[in-house]
Ligand binder design. Structure first.
Ligand SMILES: [Zn+2]
Length: 256
């Protein structure tokens, strides 16, 4: 399992894509089967082929529409192993892709747990949260990149007793800040999808909402940094190591 995430982060994908694959690996994807399980919808049939229930494997591998997309992006081999479980299949695809990328890429030295000094360029912490209402748990995903797109650190954390997706996002943001502090970073940009959380972090007023305790904790930690920005994520860049069609394919499979 550790090996899988090491390879995933080692591929140096854009953060949004890496986090999406990370979510698929936990099956934290709002596919129809998961939505039906949470009683948000009652029909879990795939809207594209209308012939099978839409779980993650169906979206990314088994649906005839997906098979066609993989063929169009010249990756027909990914649907060769149809009887693997989601985890086996992801591991298998990632292993092949990782080896292919490693061959064409010059060796990159990744500096995990990098301690920043004055001259270190500004870094960006991307946070994301996946929330499971049935167990009141959430998962935080954090990825830190510097300005030259070197991956500095990754971390995932599971939280219990989480009442809502907003609280899950606020926790993820706080964890991002804590990770920045533990790495000794002095100038960082914190980015996430949740506009609500980002706005509250940008404001300098005490927060009286249900997120109050977490937001105030974030405000209290602001002083540690020389420069600190909070931004919502608008990251639509393609990346030198992955072609844009692959990104579209991965993003197209998501409902979020
Ligand atoms: Zn289908």
């Amino acid at each position: 399992m550790k090996e899988f995430y090491k390879k995933l982060w080692g591929l140096e994908l854009p953060p949004k894509i890496a986090i999406t694959i990370w979510r698929i690996s936990w099956d934290f994807i709002p596919n129809f089967v998961n939505l039906r399980y949470r009683r948000i919808i009652s029909n879990d049939r795939c809207p594209r082929c209308c012939s099978w229930e839409e779980d993650s494997l169906h979206i990314f591998r088994d649906c005839p529409a997906t098979t066609e997309v993989w063929r169009l992006v010249h990756l027909p081999w990914v649907v060769n192993n149809m009887n693997q479980s989601l985890w086996e299949w992801l591991t298998w695809v990632l292993k092949r892709e990782y080896e292919a990328v490693r061959e064409i890429k010059r060796p990159v030295i990744m500096t995990k747990f990098f301690r920043a000094q004055e001259e270190v360029p500004r870094t960006t912490v991307y946070f994301d949260a996946a929330f499971d209402s049935s167990s009141s748990t959430s998962a935080t995903g954090l990825v830190i990149w510097d300005l030259t797109e070197n991956l500095l650190a990754v971390k995932s954390i599971i939280h219990n007793n989480i009442p809502s997706p907003f609280v899950a996002e606020a926790h993820a943001c706080l964890e991002g800040l804590k990770l920045g502090i533990s790495l000794g970073l002095q100038s960082i940009k914190i980015m996430g999808d949740s506009k609500t959380v980002i706005k509250k972090c940008q404001a300098n007023l005490p927060d009286k909402s249900v997120l109050g305790a977490i937001i105030n904790d974030i405000h209290n930690k602001k002083g540690v940094f020389k420069r600190l920005f909070f931004n919502t994520r608008t990251d639509r860049r393609t990346h030198k190591h992955i072609d844009s069609q692959k990104i579209l394919l991965l993003e197209g499979g998501l409902l979020t």
